[in-house]
Design a protein around this ligand. Structure first.
Ligand code: PEP
Ligand code: MG
Length: 586
C-alpha cells in the first residue's frame, strides 16, 4: 500500500519545510487586536500574563519491586490527601470546597486503588499503574456522553495528576508575586480553588465552555473570565500584557497606548461605580423616574444566605434545592430538609425565599436516582416531569419548605414545566400538603424555561401566583443549542430577539392577571440586558449574590422610558448580534 499498489504516490501533505509552521501549531496572536471567545464571568482586567504550563511528568512504565511501588503510591496518596484538606480549609464556605471534598472521596475510592495495585503487581511502576487506573476510570465516565459525568472525568484526572506529581516529586508551577492574568489550557476545580484572588486579576482558558466548573467558580469568586479562546493563547508570552473583557468575551494581547489608556479609564470608572454600588447596596433599585425593580440573589447553598443579605439582596429569587439533594448520599429526609431551609429563612429576616423544587435530570444527575439512558437527556426525564414520577419525594420537599417557612414568605416554583397540565399536577401536591401544614404566606409559581410555557402564558397566568423566567434553559430550548456545548455556547446568547419575544409574551400575560414576573437566569446580571428586561417590565431580577449591588446600580442609571425604548429596539432586531450592536450604540 505504501508503495502505491501500482500507482504513483503523492504524499497527502507536502513535507514541511523548516520555515513552515508545524501542523496544528496556532498562529501567534497579533498585538493590540481583539480576539473574540466565550464570556464566562463579567469584569475587566489589564495585567501581565502568566501561562500555566503543566509540568511534563516523566516516569518509567515498569518496575520490579512491587512492594516498594505500593509504598510510594501510599505516600503519594497521603500527601495528596493532606494537600487537598489544606485547600478545603482555605476554601471553606466557598463554592470550591464541596468540589475538593469530592476529590478527597475519589482518593478513597477502593476500586481505583485496587486497579492501580493490580497494575503494579503485574509489573507497572507506581506512576504508570496509578495513571492507568485513573485513565480507565475517566474514559469510562466520558463514554457515558453526559456532560456532568464528563466533568467528573476531568475531576478524576485532576486528582490523578496531583498524585502523579507527588510520585514524580514535581512541584506545580509557581505563579508570580505580582498581579497577573492566569492563562491555561483548561483549569481544574482545584486549580481555581488554589488561586490567590489577591493577585489573579482574570482567567483565560484555551478550552472549556461557559458552564464548565472553572467558569462557575470564576463567577463565584468575582473574577473576570474568558474561556474557549483556542490554543493560540497558550503561546502568549509570560509578562506581556493582556486585556480581558469578561463581559464581551474578548482578549487583547499587548494593547497599544490608546487602548491601554481607554482600559485604564474604564477600570477607574468601574472601581468608582463598584464602590458606590457597594455603599448603596441596601437601598432599593429605583430607576431615575421612580420605577422600582426588586433585586434578589440566586443561591445553591443555604449557608450562603447571610452573605446574600449582606450584599443587599431583597430576598432569594432562586434557591436551587437540588444541591441540598446532591450533598447527601441518599435523599435527605424531612428533618434534614427542614433544617436546611430553616437556616435560609432565619438568615433572610422576613425577606421572601423563592424555592425551586428539585430539578434533576438533564445535566444534573443524582447518584441515588438512576435514570434510564436517554439520547437527549435535556429533552427527557428532567425537572418537574421527573419529580412527578416520584410524588412522595416532591411531597416531602414541599412539607419541609412549608414547615421551615412558618409565617415567613415562601414562594414555591416548579422547573421545566411545559404546560398547565404539569403545573396543575404539581400544584395539587402543594395544596394537599397545605391542608396539613399551615404556612401563612405562600405563593405558587412556575418557571418559564420551555418555550411552550411562554407561548401559553395566558393560559397559565390565571392559575399561578408568579412566573420566574429561567433564561438559561429558555435560551437552550428556543435556539436548540445545548447550554453546555463547548463549540456552540458562544452563539447561545439569551439576548436573542426570539428569547426576548417569549419574555415579552410572558410579562404581558402575567400583568394582565396581576401576577409578577422575575428573571432568574444568567441574563438578569448582563449589563446590556438589564435595561431591556426592565423595559419589558420584568418586576424582579435574581442574580448571583456578588452581582446584586452592581445590578441595583445599573437600574438606578436609566429611566423606565429609556428602558422601554431599548426593549423596543432589541425586539425589532433579527439576531442576537444585531441586538447587542444596536444596544451598544444606543
Ligand atoms: C435557568 O434555566 O435559567 C435557571 C435559572 O435554572 P438552572 O440554571 O438551574 O437550570
Ligand atoms: Mg433551568
Amino acid at each position: 500500500i505504501t508503495e502505491g499498489l501500482g500507482e504513483a504516490v503523492a504524499p497527502f501533505r507536502a513535507e514541511q519545510s523548516p520555515q513552515t509552521r508545524p501542523q496544528n501549531e496556532p498562529e501567534p496572536l497579533p498585538d493590540d487586536q481583539p480576539l473574540k471567545a466565550v464570556a464566562a464571568s463579567p469584569g475587566l482586567a489589564l495585567a501581565p500574563i502568566f501561562v500555566l504550563r503543566q509540568p511534563t511528568l516523566t516516569y518509567p512504565d515498569t518496575a520490579v519491586d512491587s512492594e516498594t511501588q505500593i509504598m510510594r503510591l501510599n505516600r503519594a496518596f497521603d500527601a495528596a490527601d493532606s494537600q487537598l484538606r489544606t485547600l478545603i480549609r482555605q476554601a471553606e464556605g466557598g463554592e470550591a470546597a464541596p468540589i475538593l471534598s469530592v476529590h478527597v472521596e475519589m482518593l478513597q475510592d477502593e476500586d481505583l486503588y485496587q486497579a492501580a495495585l493490580e497494575a503494579i503487581n503485574e509489573g507497572a511502576s507506581a506512576e504508570a499503574g496509578w495513571w492507568q487506573a485513573i485513565d480507565t476510570a475517566a474514559k469510562g465516565q466520558e463514554a457515558l456522553a453526559d456532560r456532568l459525568l464528563a466533568e467528573r472525568a476531568a475531576d478524576l484526572r485532576d486528582v490523578g495528576r496531583r498524585v502523579l506529581a507527588n510520585l514524580c516529586g514535581v512541584e506545580m508551577p509557581k505563579p508570580p508575586e505580582q498581579p497577573y492574568v492566569l492563562v491555561a489550557d483548561d483549569l481544574g476545580p482545584s486549580d481555581v480553588a488554589r488561586l490567590d484572588t489577591t493577585r489573579v486579576r482574570a482567567l483565560v482558558t484555551a478550552r472549556g465552555g461557559a458552564t464548565s466548573h472553572s467558569a462557575i467558580l470564576a463567577r463565584a469568586l468575582g473574577l473576570p473570565a474568558v474561556v474557549g479562546a483556542g490554543d493560540a493563547v497558550l503561546k502568549l508570552v509570560d509578562g506581556a500584557e493582556l486585556v480581558v473583557d469578561g463581559e464581551r468575551g474578548s482578549l487583547v494581547p499587548n494593547p497599544g497606548d490608546e487602548r491601554r489608556a481607554q482600559v485604564a479609564r474604564r477600570l477607574e470608572q468601574l472601581a468608582a461605580l463598584q464602590a458606590e454600588a457597594h455603599d448603596k447596596r441596601h437601598q432599593p433599585a429605583i430607576t431615575r423616574d421612580g420605577h422600582r425593580v426588586e433585586v434578589c440573589a440566586n443561591l445553591g447553598n443555604t449557608a450562603h444566605a447571610p452573605d446574600a443579605v449582606a450584599r443587599g439582596a431583597e430576598g432569594i429569587g432562586l434557591l436551587r434545592t437540588e444541591f441540598v439533594f446532591m450533598a447527601h448520599p441518599e435523599a435527605p429526609d424531612l428533618a434534614t430538609q427542614i433544617d436546611e431551609y430553616r437556616s435560609a429563612f432565619d438568615a433572610l429576616n422576613g425577606l421572601p425565599l423563592v424555592a425551586r423544587t428539585l430539578d434533576v435530570g438533564g445535566d444534573k444527575p443524582l447518584d441515588y436516582w438512576p435514570l434510564p439512558q436517554e439520547d437527549n437527556p435535556f429533552l427527557g426525564m428532567r425537572g418537574i416531569r421527573l419529580s412527578l414520577t416520584r410524588p412522595e419525594i416532591l411531597e416531602t420537599q414541599i412539607r419541609a419548605l412549608l414547615t421551615a417557612a412558618g409565617d415567613r414568605p415562601l414562594r414555591i416554583m416548579f422547573p421545566m414545566v411545559k404546560d398547565l397540565e404539569e403545573f396543575r399536577a404539581a400544584k395539587q401536591i402543594v395544596q394537599r400538603v397545605q391542608a396539613e401544614v399551615t404556612c401563612a404566606d405562600v405563593q405558587i409559581g412556575v418557571m418559564i424555561e420551555v418555550p411552550s410555557c411562554a407561548l401559553l402564558a395566558p393560559t397559565l397566568a390565571p392559575e399561578v401566583d408568579f412566573f420566574s423566567i429561567g433564561t438559561n434553559d429558555l435560551t437552550q430550548y428556543t435556539l436548540a443549542i445545548d447550554r453546555g456545548h463547548g463549540q456552540l455556547s458562544a452563539d447561545s446568547d439569551a439576548l436573542h430577539p426570539a428569547v426576548l419575544r417569549l419574555i415579552q409574551m410572558t410579562v404581558q400575560a402575567a400583568h394582565a392577571h396581576g401576577r409578577w414576573v422575575g428573571v432568574c437566569g444568567e441574563l438578569a446580571s448582563d449589563p446590556q440586558a438589564i435595561p431591556v428586561l426592565v423595559g419589558l417590565e420584568v418586576d424582579e431580577l435574581s442574580v448571583t449574590s456578588r452581582r446584586v449591588p452592581l445590578v441595583k446600580a445599573c437600574i438606578r442609571d436609566f429611566t423606565l422610558d429609556a428602558a422601554r425604548e431599548r426593549a423596543r429596539l432589541a425586539l425589532s432586531k433579527a439576531t442576537a448580534v444585531e441586538v447587542r450592536d444596536a444596544l451598544e450604540s444606543f
